[in-house]
Design a protein around this ligand. Structure first.
Ligand code: CMP
Length: 220
């Protein structure tokens, strides 16, 4: 069995494609590996490719003028990125950097547009994902505008853990700097919040992995 077809079958975006369509797509996909911490492209770059992650995770983010980084999202296996600039013809809306060693399937702009124009279900799936990401971005705006850093960190940890049941652990290893980049706060402030949450028994940390011990309130 063609390993690229097997990989394509795992990707929710392509679940509506039949065998012949998957076969045709597999002919135009390029598999490429990237080491950890590779910048795949920067905000403002011209675009020519669409990326689907096979293995590893990436950070999607933006930098302000002083080089301060905000992480907008973290994407993992069978998720994708790079569709926005291909569809609206604008420059890349964010940078994407590998967080682990990654394997990607890369599809050219021309081939990506061919799939979109011939397969309505793929377009619909893309729209649904766009809406999910917009809802997520709305929540982020809400937390930046209305919550203090305690609330933002509490919300992020609960989201990354997938809940706040006692004993639930966040799979990703996180540094204070990464948490700071995700919640739009300084590393020093995040370190203070994490220390307080640990001292008050809300969380514990072992080898950079955070375990939640009791429900983290968003309003302190
Ligand atoms: P593009 O603008 O081509 O390049 C950057 C990519 O990052 C973008 O397409 C999307 O695929 C992805 N992206 C941008 N903003 C977000 C976000 N808020 N959440 C998740 N992914 C995003």
């Amino acid at each position: 069995m063609n390993p690229i077809i097997e990989q394509l079958k795992e990707v929710p975006l392509f679940e509506s494609l039949g065998d012949a369509e998957l076969e045709a797509l597999s002919q135009v996909v390029k598999l490429k590996s990237f080491p950890k911490n590779t910048i795949l492209f920067s905000e403002g770059d011209e675009s020519d490719s669409f990326y689907v992650i096979c293995d590893g995770r990436v950070n999607v983010g933006i930098n302000d003028e002083d080089g301060k980084e905000i992480i907008l999202s973290r994407l993992g296996p069978n998720e994708y990125f790079g569709e926005m600039a291909l569809m609206d013809g604008e420059p890349r809306s964010a940078f994407v950097m590998t967080k682990d060693a990654c394997k990607m399937m890369i599809i050219s702009k021309t081939d990506f547009k061919k799939i979109l124009s011939s397969k309505f279900d793929v377009m619909l799936s893309l729209l649904k994902e766009l809406q999910r990401r917009l809802r997520e971005a709305n929540k982020k705006i809400e937390s930046l505008a209305l919550m203090d850093v305690y609330g933002r960190v509490a919300r992020l940890l609960t989201q990354l853990a997938g809940g706040s049941d006692p004993g639930i652990q966040i799979k990703d290893k996180l540094t204070h700097q990464e948490i700071a980049s995700m919640v739009g706060a300084s590393r020093e402030m995040v370190s203070r919040v994490i220390k307080d949450l640990t001292n008050d028994g809300y969380i514990s940390i072992r080898r950079k992995r955070i375990t939640i011990h009791k429900n983290l309130p968003y309003n302190w």
